[in-house]
Design a protein. Structure first.
Length: 372
């Protein structure tokens, strides 16, 4: 397939970084390089992004603007409202550590009809990597904010990072989120990327057992949409239905998934690359919305972004060598880059083995056992 056909010429969502600062947290596994610096996005950046997004949203009522930092609430209510104001006809989402959530923020979230995603890693003993800037455990700080969301009846999803995918912990992990009443749960096995270079390699066999045990817990009490299990079930359904099995976002054309950094720089495909530089590719950006329209940057992304061609080479190498390619579709750019010494054309990564192949094997094992 010619590389010019691989990226869609418009996106279904944009990720906005209103600030690099992450208050009051300093998670040990965080990949962000500037999380202790308060760099705020100027309103002119949001206005430039909205100029392209608003026409897209007019054709797509599900278009989503995702506010993801740093900690977006560290932007402050007044400034975040100013950044949101230029957008029309979009759905706004925010991913937060919940530590700053108070009654005033609850009013803000309700007034702006924002979807809320909370980052927390399960029961207290599974949150040892989530600490505050002062070095204290962050669990209870986050739980105070979550309780405020619950009291106000604000629905929320959750994203959890699992540093040790131990099957014996899977049921207790799931039950914690079921009791919290989250709508959707996304589970990320800790990855080596960005400034987090200390992630331990998880045993793929134990990881598969973890996913199987997590699917067991979900089946016993299916009150949460479990993102990873649903991906496998959708994949299996596509096979049984004779449909294209390539999963989003790896089906052609790929969603460019533009991430707009606080200064207007645009990174395609991989939010985790924002803020980093490379001796071959520079800062990984396709351009800056203060100089070039986002619609132009998306349309011309592959011509303007040299590293993407090397990434396609890696995807093609996976296609010819990996039996799980139909499900995985090729590792994410940041995982390739940070695990393969600054190259995008490597193949297998820890992310592949623990969050894709082990996931597929574990959930397939679960389905096979329950079907019998």
């Amino acid at each position: 397939m010619p590389s010019a056909l691989r990226l869609a010429t418009r996106s279904r969502s944009v990720i906005m970084q209103p600030t690099t600062q992450c208050l009051p947290m300093d998670c040990t596994y965080c990949y962000l390089p500037f999380r202790k610096m308060k760099n705020l996005m100027p309103v002119t950046v949001a206005e430039a992004v909205a100029a392209a997004v608003n026409p897209w949203a007019a054709d797509d009522p599900a278009f989503e603007v995702v506010w993801h930092g740093g900690e977006p609430l560290a932007t402050g209510r007044e400034h975040l409202a100013a950044l949101m104001a230029p957008f029309e006809g979009v759905k706004h989402s925010v991913q937060t550590n919940a530590a700053l959530v108070d009654d005033a923020w609850c009013e803000f979230l309700l007034e702006h009809e924002m979807h809320v995603g909370v980052s927390i890693d399960g029961p207290e003993d599974m949150n040892t990597h989530r600490i505050t800037l002062a070095g204290h455990p962050g669990f209870r700080v986050a739980m105070r904010g979550i309780e405020r969301l619950r009291r106000r009846g604000i629905p929320y999803s959750a994203i959890a990072v699992v540093s040790d995918p131990a099957p014996e912990n899977a049921a207790r992990f799931y039950d914690f989120f079921a009791e919290l009443g989250v709508t959707t749960l996304g589970v990320n096995v800790e990855e080596e990327e960005g400034v987090n270079l200390g992630a331990k390699a998880a045993d793929p066999v134990r990881a598969a057992e973890f996913w199987a045990a997590l699917a067991d817990a979900w089946r016993a009490n299916p009150v949460i949409r479990l993102r990873e299990v649903q991906r496998v079930l959708n994949f299996a359904g596509a096979i049984l239905g004779g449909h294209d099995t390539a999963p989003t976002p790896t089906s052609a054309p790929w969603d460019p998934l533009p991430t707009i950094a606080y200064d207007g720089g645009v990174v395609m495909l991989s939010p985790e690359l924002a803020g980093f530089t490379d001796h071959r590719f520079g800062d990984f950006t396709t351009g800056n919305v203060l100089r070039t329209g986002l619609d132009v940057l998306v349309t011309e992304a592959e011509q303007r972004t040299p590293w993407i061609a090397e990434f396609w080479d890696g995807v093609d190498a996976c296609r010819t060598s990996c039996p799980a390619f139909a499900f995985c579709g090729g590792a994410h750019p940041a995982n390739r880059y940070f695990e393969h010494d600054g190259r995008f054309d490597g193949t297998s990564t820890r992310y592949c083995t623990t969050s894709k192949i082990a996931l597929l094997e574990g959930v397939t094992r679960h389905v096979r056992e329950h079907n019998h």
